[in-house]
Design a protein around this ligand. Structure first.
Ligand code: DQA
Length: 148
């Protein structure tokens, strides 16, 4: 059994009501519940975390190392395009992670084309809506079984 951590960044607590045409109609609670179920089906343990505060996410990433989290699934929200601090935290803990975006960031404003995470991620998924989270979990699970 592996230990996985799902981290969602700012404004993702508003999923379901926030720009549903861009981000879909599923709430974060629903996304987290279905992902937790999928993790259980795959015999893994999934913890979830959302914060609008950069320092809280940095603290959560640091805590993940002490907790021996094996893999992180991360939608950094707008911090994707700004956060050197979160990038440094992920490099510091050396926990593999997959970067997820509900929307196709490359079909949107130029400022969303730059990510501080993509080049250090194990993989990236964008534009697939909430299904991207499921695919990320499946990919993480496969990678963890290959690493054994
Ligand atoms: C997002 C894309 C980001 O550009 C945006 O700031 C978000 C959500 C996505 O999931 O599509 O908050 O990460």
């Amino acid at each position: 059994m592996a230990s996985l951590l799902l981290i969602n960044g700012p404004n993702l607590n508003l999923l379901g009501s926030r720009e549903p045409g861009v981000y879909g109609t599923a709430s974060l609670t629903e996304v987290e519940a279905s992902l937790t179920e999928l993790a259980t089906d795959l015999s893994h343990k999934l913890a979830t975390f959302q914060s609008n505060a950069e320092h809280e996410i940095v603290d959560r990433i640091q805590a993940a190392q002490a907790e021996k989290v094996d893999f992180i699934l991360l939608n950094p929200g707008a911090f994707t395009h700004t956060s050197i601090a979160m990038r440094d935290a992920l490099l510091a803990v050396s926990i593999p992670f997959i970067e997820i975006h509900l929307s196709n960031v490359f079909a949107r404003e130029d400022f969303r084309h730059k990510s501080y995470f993509s080049d250090i991620a194990a993989g990236c998924l964008f534009g697939l809506g909430a299904y991207g989270y499921e695919l990320a979990l499946l990919a993480a699970s496969r990678q963890l079984s290959e690493d054994k």
